[in-house]
Design a protein. Structure first.
Length: 153
């Protein structure tokens, strides 16, 4: 290969954005969030990885830094309750995409879901707690939200 092509390949390898995050709901301790009568953003405060700094642990927003295909996964933990299920919905730019939802009167539930999305630069992805639900997290980090850039477009 010519020197120009080698230099271009090296440039591309080092300039492709690397984006990945993983976080659990509570920064510390144990607790239940909800129920609320409307959907509310979930803010995942215990960040274990935030490569590229696209996830904001103060707002719960993931903002796409580049156009590309991104994959997200979320796991929501809840204790069984007679009148309050456990659920969250992944939202892209204000529109619901996929929900994780489960309800039983006793024992624990752990609804989950995942999705690959084509995002434009500046698109916002977050999780909203579903209305009338309860979500639990503790030092065991049961309730988590993760995402990463698969490839740019």
């Amino acid at each position: 290969i010519s020197v120009k092509i080698k230099n271009l390949l090296i440039f591309l390898i080092f300039t492709v954005k690397r984006v990945a995050f993983s976080a659990s709901l509570l920064a510390s301790g144990s607790g239940i969030i909800g129920p609320f009568n409307t959907q509310r953003p979930l803010v995942f405060r215990h960040v274990v990885a935030n490569i590229g700094n696209a996830y904001n642990p103060n707002t719960g927003f993931f903002i796409a830094p580049v156009r590309g295909a991104y994959h997200f996964e979320f796991y929501i933990y809840g204790h069984g309750h007679a009148s309050h299920p456990t659920g969250a919905v992944l939202v892209k730019n204000g529109s619901p995409v996929f929900i994780a939802y489960d309800h039983q009167p006793s024992y624990s539930v752990k609804p989950s879901n995942g999705v690959t999305l084509l995002l434009e630069t500046g698109d916002v992805v977050l999780l909203n707690q579903w209305e009338n639900t309860r979500i639990h997290d503790s030092e065991n980090r049961h309730t988590t939200f993760s995402g990463h850039l698969l490839f740019t477009m």
